[in-house]
Design a protein around this ligand. Sequence first.
Ligand code: HEM
Ligand SMILES: [Cu+2]
Length: 542
Amino acid sequence: MTPAERRLAAAHLAVALAALFGGVVTGFLQALEHAGVDLYPALAPVVRSYYHGLTLHGVLNVLVYTTFFIAGFLPLIAARALGRPLASIRLGWAAFAVMAAGLGLAVVPLLGNAATVMFTFYPPLKAHGAFYVGLTLVVVGTWLITLNLALGCRAWRRDHPDARTPLAAFMALATMAMWTIASLGIAAELLLMLIPWSLGLLAGTDALLARVLFWFTGHPIVYFWLLPAYLSWYTLVPRQAGGKLFSDPLARTSFILFLVLSTPLGFHHQYVDPGIHRGWKLLHAFLTFAVFFPSLLTFFNVVASLESGARARGGRGWVAWFGRLPWGDPSLAAQVLAMLLFTFGGVGGLINASYNLNLVVHNTAWIPGHLHLTVGTAVTLTFMGITYWLVPHLSGRALWSRRLALVQAWLWFAGMLVFSNALHRLGLMGLPRRTMVGAAAYALPEWKAVLPLVGVGGTVLFASALLYFLNLVLTVVASRAPAPEPPGFAEALSGPEHAPAILDRWRPWLVLAGVLIAIAYGPTLIGLALTTPLTSPGYRVW
Ligand code: HEM
Ligand SMILES: [Cu+2]
């Protein structure tokens, strides 16, 4: 990796981590509020309400932190896997500049309480136009990253016409290709509806059409967050565990399935929305179960790889081998703990996706309970584990304290068990999400026993996050030892030479993805676009 590439990655990472910091502070406030400790009056005018904080929490965590982390991580990994510099470092900086400019634009109304519309920004809630323009720029910046990766893979292909694209580079490009297709929904919503509306060029808006476009992107965005974590689990973690990837072709297959299946299923977020025929909702439900399949492939492949490492280290038995993983390595420990909690997240996801069970959990605290297992742990704790080698690698300095990092990972795991379990249970008792519970006149007595656990779990999580940031800051400013080599890519027991050529082609899969999207979304979108009058006025309810 060239020094220029490291600087580029470091710039992205710095923005990502600053966002995460804001994200955990606001999360802590919410958790305390649920437990009956309302700190918001003391925070005015910085955080002006529960909902101002909650919007910051959602946007900083799942729009800014994730996107900037991924935009820094994937090009770095792809360049390393291809063994060649990034196709264009200037294009890399241009992407960063566009994204950073967008963030700068969006953050002003966000902090100023002029865009308190949650990270989903559903109209007719109406934010300041700069918020929508800023978000659009962030999305456009990510497209430039796709372009850069595609150019890099194409150049590599010219030099190696008969070889399989190295797995990590393949996965990086598959992730960005999937995201680029998926982001067209949100781009259309912003460019055709929200921006002209906020600028006064359109008189009104429509909730349903906007929600359809939003969830076109809003479901696959979860795979945009997850796939880079999977990339680490497939290509780096097996080696960190002392073993080999079980199967390279199976890994490629799963990413191709994600590329094809991630987008045409957003209606599972809209089961209760009127105006979408239930037949289409059912199709999206089935496709949601289909996209669970590549996650099962991942589970099988990654666990088999971990097992190969543990057995090479002397592990025995059906289950006991698990204890033989190199648990003293914080990067590995964080990621394996992330996987463990993700299994619960996956089970919960199937419940959410089930048409009738969804009615039980819809818009209850169950949903943030689920979110924190998936993006809040599977993704976040994995990214934390990655930074335990990445920040030393970028700064040239060894991690300040491995022990502190281990404590941090376990604290996140333990805190999340309590926090997420409490939210799930409260959801089943009917506690609504996105609600300042202390101000709810309809509070049920049975919530009382469980709400404090949200505060306890949230406090442990917050402590874990503080240790994380402390360790990284001290690594950069105070660590004296030189950084060790970053983990290498894992070899595979069944290598890329076993992968049929079709698994290394793009066009057929992109076409298939397009066809499925056209079937799943075409009739509804065309119908809505033709018949929806944009008549709803905007509201500022905060
Ligand atoms: C210290 C750690 C954290 C704490 C204590 C925390 C706490 C909370 C709480 C209590 C809620 C529910 C708010 C409500 O429904 O009214 C929430 C929502 C949410 N959290 Fe966190 N959180 C933390 C970290 C994270 C992280 C790391 C992520 C993702 C990277 C995340 C993503 C979300 C999302 C997407 C929501 C839903 C927001 C919405 O409904 O608009 N959180 N968080
Ligand atoms: Cu979804």
